[in-house]
Design a protein around this ligand. Structure first.
Ligand code: PLP
Ligand code: SF4
Length: 452
């Protein structure tokens, strides 16, 4: 069980032998959509996960390869015309950037509201939205072993790469966590932090552990590597070093939670992933999973039932079902909230309590993570029952609120309060937060920024 990593992008994907099965139109669609949204896959995905005999409906193919309808028809036409017209690279890039700007590249206030400050300066590698958990974006982990076509992080791929930068960044993180005593969790995220060489991961983890921060309980690592490149934990040159780092966390008495992105049960089926899971668990780490609900990939209750049961069999804890975010190819993947709630309910009702650690469907919206608890009818009005499972203000958490049922709505901002109310209970306060962020903007400089 060994494989040497090989990435495929627009530049070299024609080397994949299965490409011979694709029609000319398909290839053209890949190159058109791939010119606007990032495209990258790898040899494990193409050789072990994709079912090429049924690629048109194969969830793993759709998860990695650009599909025509991922761009809206006008955008597709515009870029396709430029591409077949033989436009120069610079011009193509301009058109592509223009389309990308229209795809809501920074949803949910990620830059304005979530980037914290210390001594009047913005800390660009850090996001802090919910009191207990700080998100940390190590500069060296801002890529992935393969890119998911639904991804909302697509604008941030690419970045700087130096150990010195890592140490400086680690220092800031540690100081920030030390100063914020309410922080119990640090979540390393990306991109995919597990694309980093072990020596970078060690720099960050050692800095956190050596600082002996009592209020820090948990280190989480958000990653897709488990299913897109399980060799990260098996046969990569520094796999053993990675596992030693994991063990150093649990030996220090901290909880290590690997937040694995698993979108479909097929990802859990290979001997490689099973072995990787076992090796990770042997370090004392707990693996939890999350995935958005995605049309064309996993929009059936049976898929989720299967996924959760398989995870429990493997000792993995189901954690979140998300609603696809309002960015990039959302129109292609989006499932209306009513349908999402129904899929969740049907899947949830068919598993034992051990699988019901999962929460969702949940929208990571600007004010917080809003879970659709269900659909109900109150005094003859059909409604959504909603609840914050995470919020910018802790006091909002766990207070059910009610919206008019809307069968087309795909996101919180499309919902209206039920029963002739004008606003949801949190809206006034949230508007104040937005206004104060607005006046504050431009007043501070960034300390670190990895986008040039
Ligand atoms: C989901 C999320 C977290 C973690 O929330 P938990 O409920 O603790 O899992 C932290 N920060 C952001 C921005 C998130 O979206
Ligand atoms: S692995 Fe995560 S960050 Fe990377 S493309 Fe997929 S969803 Fe996005």
């Amino acid at each position: 069980m060994e494989m040497k990593y090989k990435a495929y992008t627009l530049q070299n994907y024609r080397q994949i032998s299965a490409m011979g099965k694709l029609s000319k139109e398909r290839i053209f669609a890949i190159e058109t959509v791939g010119g606007v949204l990032p495209f990258k896959t790898n040899n494990y995905v193409t050789e072990k996960l994709i079912d090429w005999d049924n690629y048109e409906n194969d969830p793993m193919f759709i998860l990695n390869f650009p599909q025509k309808d991922m761009l809206k028809p006008t955008h597709f036409k515009a870029y396709a015309a430029a591409l077949s017209g033989g436009e120069e690279k610079a011009q193509l890039k301009k058109i592509s950037n223009n389309i990308r700007e229209q795809l809501n590249p920074h949803p949910a206030g990620q830059v304005d509201l979530n980037v914290p400050e210390m001594n009047g300066r913005k800390l660009m590698g850090i996001q802090h939205k919910y009191k207990e958990t700080v998100l940390f974006f190590p500069a060296q982990g801002q890529t992935c072993h393969a890119y998911c076509t639904f991804c909302f992080r697509w604008p941030q791929f690419g970045g700087a790469n130096q150990l010195k930068f890592a140490m400086k960044q680690a220092d800031l993180l540690v100081n920030y966590v030390k100063e914020n005593k309410g922080v119990t969790d640090v979540l390393l995220t990306g991109g995919d932090p597990m694309t980093m060489p072990a020596k970078f991961l060690k720099t960050y983890v050692d800095a956190l552990l050596d600082a002996n921060i009592d209020h820090l309980n948990t280190i989480r690592i958000g990653t897709k590597s488990l299913s897109f490149w399980p060799y990260r934990y098996l046969t990569d040159g520094d796999s053993d070093a990675i596992l030693e780092i994991f063990e150093s966390i649990t030996k220090k008495g901290k909880h290590l939670s690997l937040m694995a992105h698993i979108n479909h049960p097929v990802e859990l089926s290979t001997p490689e992933i099973k072995q990787a899971i076992a090796r990770i668990q042997a370090t004392g780490a707990v693996i939890r999973t999350q995935s958005p609900l995605l049309k064309h990939i996993n929009a059936k209750p049976e898929i989720w039932t299967d996924m959760w049961k398989t995870q429990v069999n493997l000792g993995i804890v189901p954690y979140y079902m998300f609603v696809a975010r309002e960015t990039g190819a959302q129109h292609y993947f989006a499932i209306p909230l009513g349908e999402a709630s129904e899929i969740f309910r049907q899947a949830y009702s068919k598993v034992s309590g051990i699988c019901r650690t999962v929460r969702g469907p949940s929208m990571s919206a600007n004010p917080g993570k809003v879970q659709v608890n269900g659909i109900s009818e109150i005094n003859g009005e059909k409604v959504f029952i909603l609840e914050f499972i995470q919020a910018r203000k802790s006091a909002w958490v766990g207070r059910p609120f009610i919206a008019k049922y809307d069968e087309d709505a795909t996101w919180l901002n499309q919902l209206k309060p039920a029963f002739s109310q004008h606003k949801f209970f949190f809206e006034k306060e949230f508007e104040k937060m937005l206004a104060s962020a607005e006046t504050h903007r431009n007043k501070s400089d960034s300390v670190l920024s990895y986008s040039s």
